[in-house]
Design a protein around this ligand. Structure first.
Ligand code: IPM
Ligand code: MG
Length: 357
């Protein structure tokens, strides 16, 4: 019996709804497979915790999480707490503290989902964006002086290190190599940003030498938005800086039909620490508590978690079940359907147990 202990941090907004749905689905996989178990421990960290304790998580939070095999994360953000506090209080300290430097964001058009682009069907858009997740524009370097005075200054300094860029490039090339098309696009902005981004390009070219079987090219981030929209078929694996990939992954989600299905994995490829898996969509207060949140991103990220844990068959079975359900038109309102979270979850559980899936 293979046993995995998972730390759940549902946190804010619709986070608790979609994480509960994901746990239900993982438990049904456990029953279906018979040789693997998942135990969940839920942590009540997040914005409500902050309002009570003045911090988003306890000081020994990382030490507590370190003992788990993986972290299953919902969403952070509350209308009455500034976003930079919620982000820098919980999610970023975990990503940075556990050196989860590769943020992996797959996008494809799931069966039954109508994408916004004309002439773009399921096979035309199948990407994985690798987002540098430990430095760049999110390094947290900078400061403010002369607060409130006319001469106030704020700086936000992007940090690119040779170690940081090399390791994420290697991860991206290796991922591209493992996919059938062996195709990588490196996103840059080295025309305008002439220091860090030029180094980024140079390191990409150096790392490319280690992967002669991967075809790669380089695109400026602004041109990339055009290419994603007009020539989605020309892309496969994509690597970009923290901020560039943040923006491009929202575009990718929209082009695939909904951010409600987009998952993300914060990976420590060296496995020194647990990796963290979460839906991209965020806390979504407009629909919190209504029971209509799309749980598909939370299922898809659970499939990423299974892959990371080496449970490839379970992961594939979960994704087949999700695709069966979306293909049958069991969709939440963000995808134009009428199903609620519970109905989509029940349908995925049924599909997991069905012998055809
Ligand atoms: C994401 C999100 C976060 C980010 C927000 C919530 C700060 O947009 O995961 O893409 O910018 O990293
Ligand atoms: Mg984002």
């Amino acid at each position: 019996m293979r046993q995995y202990s998972i730390a759940s941090i549902p946190a804010d907004g619709i986070g608790p709804e979609v994480i509960a749905a994901g746990e239900t689905v993982l438990k049904s996989l456990e029953k279906r497979l018979g040789d693997v178990t998942f135990t969940f421990k839920t942590f009540d960290w997040g914005s409500d915790y902050y309002k009570k304790h003045g911090v988003m998580m306890p000081a020994d939070g990382l030490a507590t999480l370190k003992k788990f095999d993986a972290i299953y994360f919902g969403a952070v953000g509350a209308p009455d707490v500034p976003d930079h506090i919620t982000l820098w209080g919980l999610r970023l300290p975990i990503c940075q503290g556990f050196d989860q430097y590769a943020n992996v964001r797959p996008t494809k058009i799931l069966p039954g989902v109508t994408p916004p682009l004309r002439n773009c069907g399921p096979g035309d858009l199948d990407w994985v964006i690798v987002r540098e997740n430990s430095e760049g524009e999110y390094a947290g370097a900078g400061g403010r002086v002369h607060r409130g005075l006319p001469e106030e200054v704020g700086t936000e300094v992007s940090i690119f290190t040779r170690v940081g860029v090399t390791r994420v490039m290697r991860y991206a090339f290796r991922l591209a190599q493992s996919r059938p098309r062996k195709l990588l696009t490196v996103v840059t902005k080295s025309n305008a940003q002439r220091h860090g981004m030029v180094m980024w390009d140079e390191i990409a070219a150096e790392v490319a030498e280690e992967f002669p079987d991967v075809t790669w090219d380089k695109v400026l981030v602004d041109a990339m938005t055009v290419r994603m929209t007009l020539k989605p078929q020309s892309l496969d694996t994509i690597v970009a800086t923290n901020l560039h990939a943040d923006v491009l992954s929202d575009l990718a989600g929209a082009l695939a039909g909904s951010l409600g299905v987009a998952p993300t994995a914060n990976i420590d490829p060296e496995r020194r620490f647990p990796s963290m898996f979460e839906p991209i969509h965020g806390s979504a207060f407009d629909i919190t508590g209504k029971g209509i949140a799309n749980p598909v991103a939370s299922f898809w990220t659970a499939a990423q978690m299974l892959d990371h844990l080496g449970e490839h068959e379970a992961s594939a079975r979960l994704m087949r079940a999700v695709e069966t359900v979306t293909g049958a038109g069991v969709l939440t309102p963000d995808l134009g359907g009428t199903a609620n979270t519970r109905e989509v979850t029940d349908a995925v559980v049924d599909a997991i147990h069905s012998s055809n899936v």
